[in-house]
Design a protein around this ligand. Structure first.
Ligand code: V47
Ligand code: SF4
Length: 396
């Protein structure tokens, strides 16, 4: 990153010192402009009292220091093997218990492979596989599925299974985390997505998703993945019954793990959507709160290269706005292959964008679209050659 001493930075210092905010907030602002790490207390101060414009200005400074004017996207699709799940998270609109499995879906290996074959001849680079935690789909079943996908299309990056799914399948197969990962890596696993983190605080976690893996178990899965050379993402389910302190605690744990391993690619705040679930009485957060949350996440997670707005969950308009509040990644084209958010009431009922549409969302926001692969290697040529190289270091 460039030191904060350019004329533009001087102008930003002026904006911070003249802002209509408390002196304490101005001190936090100066730290951010000096590219210094902020403390949990600073983060909380931002949540409690920073106006959207102030948090946004600082987040945009961090975003442009890290990623310039680029906004990344990829060409991807999802496979959701099943929505049958042994767990019963209160915020989940998508899952069905095993005893009600006739209300859900269960794909077999051939059906999953067919979903990959449907993209034969199309320039997709990633398949994202995530679903319910099915009691009968075990580690060896999924290793076989990955193997078939890899054999059919070796160039496709397989990003698969949340830490919750992995924790359950490794435990059930009576293998250690490391042994389990080695089996999946051998079969074609390329990286792991960020789901299942929800909210790490034990009391909140207990109230929204009591029976699945703990925060420490989630972090252990990701730490092991990073040690074995796999990159991963991290999420935070926000805007329900948690407080701002809980969000800071969540991000602090992620920041500490990232200091140790450097294995996280991107942070993805996930806005709680309240349709048809056991928390439907909890109101959803406002767009202002969503944007403030992106901004504060961008400022707090100084060791994360990327911040993603997952457009099927947040909607296209907010995804466009978010690029002025720290976001530099919009995920991908999706091609109507995920149901998690449409079932929870998101605006995007059949999420699908062509490459032209996703790049238009980015250019309309004044940003430069950059097609990436899962590991942020740049695929499409861009005007600025400085960014046209891998931005993700190798972990092994
Ligand atoms: O773990 C479920 C969340 C996650 C709701 O890594 C809900 O690139 C809000 O993690 N309201 C799965 N959120 C999706 C996920 C993800 C998505 C896109 C990209 C990546 C990535 C990861 O969805 C679950 C849970 O936290 N979720 N229900 C709901 N009602
Ligand atoms: Fe199952 Fe995931 Fe839904 Fe929880 S969020 S019930 S683990 S599918």
């Amino acid at each position: 990153m460039k030191p904060a001493d350019s004329p533009r930075s001087e102008a930003l210092h002026m904006l911070v010192s003249n802002a209509s905010v408390s002196n304490e907030l101005k001190i936090v602002g100066e730290k951010v402009l000096a590219l210094q790490r902020i403390t949990p207390e600073d983060g909380l101060r931002l949540y409690e009292s920073a106006p959207l414009s102030f948090a946004g200005m600082l987040a945009n400074f961090v975003r442009e220091s890290k990623n310039g004017n680029h906004t990344y996207y990829n060409r991807n699709f999802h496979i959701e093997p099943t929505n049958v799940c042994v767990f019963a998270c209160n915020f989940c609109s998508y899952s069905r218990l095993y005893k009600h499995r006739e209300e859900g879906w269960e794909l077999n290996k051939e059906q999953m492979l067919q979903k990959v074959k449907d993209f034969d001849g199309k320039a997709v680079t990633e398949v994202h596989i995530v679903g319910g935690v099915h009691p009968k789909m075990d580690l060896f079943y999924f290793a076989d599925v990955l193997h078939s996908i890899r054999n059919h299309r070796p160039d496709l990056h397989i990003k698969a299974f949340t830490a919750v799914e992995l924790h359950y399948m490794f435990h059930k197969a009576k293998v250690t985390t490391e042994e389990g990962f080695r089996i999946l890596i051998e079969s074609g696993l390329g990286s792991i997505p960020g789901g299942g983190a929800e909210l790490f605080d034990p009391e909140i976690r207990n109230r929204i998703s009591a029976d699945k893996c703990t925060a420490d178990e989630w972090l252990h899965i990701h730490e092991t993945a990073h040690r074995l050379g796999l990159h991963s993402n991290a999420t935070m389910l926000y805007g329900h019954i948690e407080t701002f302190s809980h969000r800071i605690d969540h991000m602090e744990r992620l920041r500490q793990l990232q200091d140790q391993t450097g294995g996280f690619n991107t942070f993805i705040p996930l806005k709680f959507r309240n349709k048809d679930n056991a928390m439907s009485d909890v109101p959803e957060s406002s767009v202002v709160e969503d944007l403030r949350n992106y901004a504060i996440a961008r400022i707090y997670l100084d060791n994360f290269a990327h911040l993603k707005a997952y457009w099927p969950m947040i909607g296209r308009s907010t995804a466009q706005l978010s690029q002025a509040f720290g976001v530099d990644d919009l995920d991908g084209t999706i091609d109507d292959t995920t149901k998690i958010y449409s079932m929870a009431g998101a605006e995007e009922q059949n999420p699908s964008l062509t490459t032209e549409q996703i790049t238009a969302l980015i250019t309309q926001s004044g940003r430069t679209p950059v097609e990436r692969d899962t590991l942020y290697n740049v695929i499409s040529p861009v005007a600025d050659p400085g960014i046209a190289k891998s931005t993700t270091p190798s972990l092994n």
